[in-house]
Design a protein around this ligand. Structure first.
Ligand code: MIC
Ligand code: SF4
Length: 643
């Protein structure tokens, strides 16, 4: 029986377990990446492990999220990360060099390698044939120290691409179509593998747009084969030596097959407030818009920007629209500056932003009240833009650019003949903004620079015998990490200070949560299905830990958040009978007796609702290793215990 590409790469990196779908496997990690908003915690954790130098083939730290420096905090964090990198063997991509996923694809990604990153859009690397997975900062810290990374051995979905995209229909429309069919829960426990004749019609940056936004499916990752097009891309980046051809066997067996004829696709939009709320641009055509933002790790490649410049050439942004453009990397921005495309954008009235995440994470450019904003980004969760009633639509760069000119939703296929915009034969290469670490023998001479906002992470206690705790919050389905631990320009600078950032925990849902949880001392959160979707931020687990949350009981969890809860020593529980969700209210007193004993003998635990006087069962779907972590009170305690 042939193997899928996913199985080939995973089994070549297998260090623990067997390739049995649904069971836990441990894999060796070749590369890691971090960004600044999750990086400070990851490096504090790495320091706490006491490993002098990273043991991966390549570890890179990027500064791209917290670049709006309206106080000392972010700049201090950048300096801290830079100094840790220099000392411990990590490459440091300085602020201004670009968005982590874009730069990693350009300069470091290698087909067939494994990459984990403390950012949920790490699967961007799947565009170049890597197994690239988003993880919590602590998992990344462990991998940097040479430790194994654990995942559930995934099912593999084949997306068979046939045909070719019509002019002005984009890679973004492909992934929006996949989201329409599979939903934000459809990828959980799965890797999405793209195959078929249509693959060879897509460039590496287009493939990366598709794998990037596979994160929104809840998938473990997404991957494309590595072929001649991959070789051309690597060659143009001066890295042809990194190329290896990779593909699934022709008789590979998949768990699911999705057929997509690229020729039949049309321009689409993800409507507020979910990436799977899809409509065609035709359905929205004519509606007035207020803002357009082009950029983010999904759509900020040179190819995207060149198409945008072509559309804007000689025109002016509509008087009622604000257009912001953030090219994804220094390489992209530099090439746009040299080939004249940047001047075209400026001339049309675009507001050029630095190469960073920017508006995607609410770092500036929040839309006006009830503002309709078209963005080429990957997430449109409520409030994420910084404007609570902002109406965010996710669209392709082509749709975004043409709509910025007309002031209304406009279908780009009406633009007529499309120019033949190709990737350059050679990108402009200058890695002068990537600082190399000092040699190991000089590491003692490097001082780690800590700002006053950098506080140690909260310590978790070993698991108590009995948990007696009230329900501090009850929430519904599809709660995102942007609900649990919001981002934005005001809160992001607190990422290194858990006591302070926890004041905003769940503030979007209930402003009194923080005070109530602290008052209760110990508590439990009740959630619906797909709890914790979205970001990899472990702050969504560390803040609840700091506030005394002992367990979260839901209908189901998103993958990265569930792992982060276990890493923090908080028990993730799912209702054995979903109807019990309706029978529990906020402030109910719950009791779980002999937790450890119950967990040791199986994966079901009995919970008593003392207030309402009934018992119910919950499942704790974790591995034996994760149980040990829960007993120890989280991954750090567990790692120290076993050191
Ligand atoms: C995001 O897109 O939500 C982020 C900000 O990049 C996060 C990471 C973070 O919260 O720092 C992610 O996707 O993991
Ligand atoms: Fe940055 Fe947005 Fe990409 Fe997250 S999704 S890494 S915030 S650009």
């Amino acid at each position: 029986m042939g193997q899928t590409l996913t199985e080939k790469i995973l089994s070549a990196h297998l260090v623990e377990g067997e390739m049995i779908k649904g069971s836990e496997i441990g894999i060796r990690i070749d590369q890691t990446l971090t960004q600044d908003a999750t990086g400070t915690m990851a490096y504090l954790e790495f320091e706490a492990m006491g490993v002098p130098r990273v043991k991966t083939e390549r570890s890179v730290a990027y500064i791209d999220h917290n670049t709006l420096q309206s106080g000392f905090e972010n700049a201090d964090d950048h300096r801290f990360i830079g100094s840790v990198c220099k000392k411990h063997g990590i490459y440091f991509s300085r602020p201004g060099n670009g968005i982590c996923h874009q730069v990693h694809l350009e300069r470091f990604g290698i087909p067939g390698k494994t990459l984990i990153g403390s950012d949920s859009h790490t699967p961007t690397g799947g565009g170049i044939g890597m197994i690239a997975i988003g993880a919590g900062g602590m998992d990344v810290a462990v991998a940097m120290g040479g430790g194994t990374y654990y995942i559930t051995c995934p099912k593999v979905v084949k997306v068979n691409l046939t045909g070719a995209l019509r002019p002005w229909v984009a890679a973004k429309d492909v992934i929006l179509e996949v989201l329409k069919r599979l939903s934000v829960k459809g990828g959980v426990g799965k890797v999405i593998e793209y195959c078929g004749d249509g693959v060879k019609t897509l460039s590496v940056p287009e493939r990366a747009t598709i794998t990037n936004m596979g994160a929104e499916l809840g998938a473990t990752t997404s991957i494309f084969p590595s072929d001649e097009i991959t070789r051309e891309f690597l060659k143009a980046q001066g890295r042809e030596q990194d190329y290896t051809p990779l593909a699934a066997d022709s008789d590979a067996v998949y768990d699911e097959i999705v057929e997509i004829n690229l020729s039949e696709l049309e321009p689409l939009a993800a409507c507020p407030h979910s990436p799977d709320n899809i409509k065609s641009i035709k359905e929205l055509e004519g509606q007035k818009i207020d803002q357009v933002c082009i950029g983010s790790c999904t759509n900020s490649s040179l190819l995207d920007m060149m198409k945008v410049a072509h559309i804007l050439k000689g025109k002016t942004v509509h008087p009622d629209v604000s257009l912001a453009i953030a090219p994804g990397s220094k390489q992209v921005l530099n090439m746009l500056a040299n080939n004249g495309a940047l001047a075209i954008m400026i001339d049309a009235g675009a507001r050029i932003l630095e190469s960073a995440c920017g508006p995607c994470i609410g770092m500036g450019q929040s839309p006006n009240s009830k503002g309709i904003s078209l963005r080429t980004f990957n997430r449109n969760f409520e409030g994420r833009s910084g404007t609570k009633d902002g109406q965010i639509y996710l669209v392709s760069p082509e749709t975004a650019a043409v709509s910025a000119l007309t002031g209304v939703f406009t279908d780009p296929t009406t633009l007529g003949k499309m120019p033949n915009i190709k990737l350059p034969k050679k990108f402009t290469i200058n890695d002068n903004m990537i600082a190399a670490p000092v040699p190991a023998e000089d590491m003692d001479s490097v001082e780690v620079l800590r700002g006053p906002n950098i506080k140690p992470f909260p310590v978790s206690q070993p698991l108590a015998d009995t948990i007696n705790a009230g329900v501090s919050l009850k929430v519904g389905d599809n709660i995102t990490t942007d609900h649990i631990m919001p981002a934005g320009a005001k809160i992001l600078p607190l990422r290194s200070n858990i006591p302070k950032i926890s004041e905003y925990c769940f503030a979007v849902c209930d402003e009194k949560f923080h005070d109530r949880a602290l008052e209760m001392g110990k508590s439990i959160i009740i959630g619906g299905s797909n709890y914790g979707q979205g970001s990899s931020r472990e702050h969504a687990a560390l803040a609840p830990l700091y506030l005394g949350v002992k367990a979260v009981i839901t209908k189901s969890f998103a993958r990265i958040h569930m792992a982060n809860l276990v890493n923090a020593g908080i028990i993730p529980m799912t209702f054995a009978n979903e109807n019990d969700y309706d029978k529990i209210d906020q402030n109910d007193e719950l009791k779980i007796e002999n937790v450890k004993e119950q967990l040791s003998s199986g994966n079901t635990v009995n919970v008593t609702n003392i207030t309402k006087g009934f018992d119910f069962e919950v499942n704790v779907e974790v591995s034996a290793r994760q149980k040990e972590m829960l007993y120890a009170g989280g991954l750090l305690n567990y790692t120290k215990q076993n050191a």
